[in-house]
Write a protein that binds this ligand. Structure first.
Ligand SMILES: *Cc1c(COP(=O)(O)O)cnc(C)c1O
Length: 360
């Protein structure tokens, strides 16, 4: 067996310890005689899995009591509709457009009400985060929406926008649990787990209690109403049980590594190796302005599409996989999530140095 360094943007690398533990428990989960995949979501064993997972997530993020944690399905993309359906009381919302995911979310919200795009970085291919210190926040906006870490373009909000008192909603799919977070600054924090936490199929929604109401837009399906899932503790219907189980293991793993503060330190150290190299390279160039660089997704180019393709191919042959940039932007992208070891980033930089020497 040999594992590669997997730089995929998602689904993405998971901690090897977690995978090993899951493998050990595959046929017989702790004396139940069955796999977590095979057990009732109403069983005692699963109840313990989901409550422990929630508690560990609460501990890690310091989630206050007046916030609920929901384990849902439909991916991050389903939240693009669920958020306006549940929150658009005035049918107005403000969106900050920092990439494809925010753009898609805004477009979806437009089905339900008026969407004001109050800031954007599209003029420079989303290579920066717009100044959000004095935004033209709409008087009647039900919320202000951001995509906090832009997976495709590699930018991150280092400072949250001043929403002038409006509810902040954030898609944190690609920076979930990568650093400490002040949950109280948000109305909703949500993300698909397949970037930085677990297997595809689970989306975690952390939502302030007062935003969970029956007062949703007419026609909102039961399954797309937060209250349904909050009241049923994420067990209204069959949840993505195996995915939640793996998320729970990753929460334990992060705890064992020292929590989110330690994760941040580790992630900064990893990202620094790569960015420092990019900043002095004569062949490769990072595509994002320095102050807005993501710790998780690092896009870079040579400026020559043929050479980019050659790099991706040769890197793969060297055990460095999934370095091709997003299909809409080209070039390369290294996603260096929590579970990517420091050695993986080192190996990538060593390979880039060698490639630079050979191709300059
Ligand atoms: C991947 C991603 C999405 C889409 O997630 P799905 O679970 O595939 O719907 C949304 N937002 C961000 C920031 C992402 O990285």
């Amino acid at each position: 067996m040999s594992r590669v360094y997997n730089f995929s943007a998602g689904p993405a690398v998971l901690p090897e310890e977690v995978l090993r533990e899951a493998a050990e428990e595959m046929l017989d989960y702790r004396g139940t005689g069955m796999s977590v995949m095979e057990m009732s979501h109403r069983s005692k064993a699963f109840e313990e899995i989901i409550t422990t997972a929630e508690q560990d997530l609460r501990d890690l993020m310091g989630i206050p009591d007046n916030y609920r944690v929901l384990f849902l399905q439909g991916g991050a993309s389903q939240q693009f509709a669920m958020i306006p359906m549940n929150l658009m009381k005035n049918r107005v919302a403000d969106y900050i457009i920092t990439g494809q995911w925010a753009k898609k979310a805004a477009k979806e919200a437009e089905k339900y009400g008026k969407v004001n795009r109050i800031a954007s970085s599209e003029d420079k291919t989303f290579s920066y985060i717009p100044d959000c210190s004095d935004l033209p926040v709409s008087e009647d906006a039900d919320y202000v929406y951001i995509c906090e870490n832009n997976t495709i373009y590699g930018t991150k909000f280092k400072k949250l926008p001043d929403t002038k008192g409006k509810i902040l909603v954030a898609d944190v799919s690609s920076c979930f649990l990568s650093e400490p977070v002040d949950v109280e600054k948000y109305g909703i924090i949500y993300g698909g787990v397949q970037k930085n936490i677990g297997p595809a199929g689970v989306v975690i929604v952390i939502i302030r209690e007062d935003l969970i109401t029956e007062d949703v837009l007419p026609g909102t399906p039961t399954m797309l109403t937060y209250k349904t899932h909050a009241d049923a503790k994420s067990l209204y219907n069959t949840p993505p049980a195996y995915g939640i189980y793996i998320c729970g293991k990753v929460f334990k793993w992060i705890k064992s590594m020292g929590g989110l503060g330690a994760m941040k330190e580790r992630n900064e150290k990893k990202a620094k190796v790569l960015y420092d190299y990019l900043d002095q390279s004569r062949l490769f160039k990072g595509t994002v302005v320095k102050e807005d660089r993501s710790l998780m997704n690092v896009p870079f180019v040579t400026g020559d599409a043929g050479l980019d393709a050659k790099f991706v191919k040769e890197a793969k042959a060297a055990g460095l996989e999934n370095l091709k940039g997003h299909r809409t932007v080209g070039g390369m992208r290294a996603s260096i999530y929590n579970a990517m070891p420091y050695e993986g980033v080192e190996a990538l930089v060593e390979f880039m140095k060698k490639f630079e020497e050979e191709n300059l």
